[in-house]
Design a protein around this ligand. Sequence first.
Ligand code: FAD
Length: 156
Amino acid sequence: MSLPTHMKYIIIGAGIHGLSTAYHLAKELRTKRRGSGRDILVIDKTAIGAGASGIACGVIRNNYYQPAMQELIAHSVDVWEEDAEGYGYLPVGYMQISPECMHADVADIHGRQEDIGYDSKFIEGEKDCLKYMRENVFEDWQAKNVTSILHEKKGG
Ligand SMILES: Cc1cc2nc3c(=O)[nH]c(=O)nc-3n(C[C@H](O)[C@H](O)[C@H](O)COP(=O)(O)OP(=O)(O)OC[C@H]3O[C@@H](n4cnc5c(N)ncnc54)[C@H](O)[C@@H]3O)c2cc1C
């Protein structure tokens, strides 16, 4: 296939970011009557989805340490929810089940989720964690040394 010699917009990398950028740019150009997707070329050194995008696990979660990421993910989840069936999004929630060495960090994450109104529950203490898992998830749950559970009600 021969490449065009001139192009108004070139995006390098056909992973999720490159393709999303191309999609939104095309929409914007059309809305402003300044062009369309035909003005954009996405190039990749290998193939579409050849990088991380092609091997991602498909998990939507909001247990990030960076505050900006938490707000960004909350916004992303709103987008997924707009057309869950179309995107193949299964909003079953997400759980971070942790040993004591992660307790404080996960507590911070939960605090920030509360601040931005992201629906989640935080369970602390080995006894309460065991009870929560047995009553809500697996009645035969047996894992030891779990002292905190962050249960995100959104995501999946
Ligand atoms: C194993 C794994 C599991 C993951 N699981 C999840 C998950 O469950 N949920 C989640 O939200 N995120 C997950 N991620 C993270 C997520 O996949 C990445 O954040 C995301 O795909 C990055 O997209 P990208 O477009 O920035 O990069 P990439 O998908 O890596 O795309 C970059 C593209 O650029 C091309 N390229 C690079 N250099 C050049 C060049 N010089 N010229 C031309 N092309 C070039 C590459 O070939 C590639 O196709 C996971 C990542 C990995 C590795």
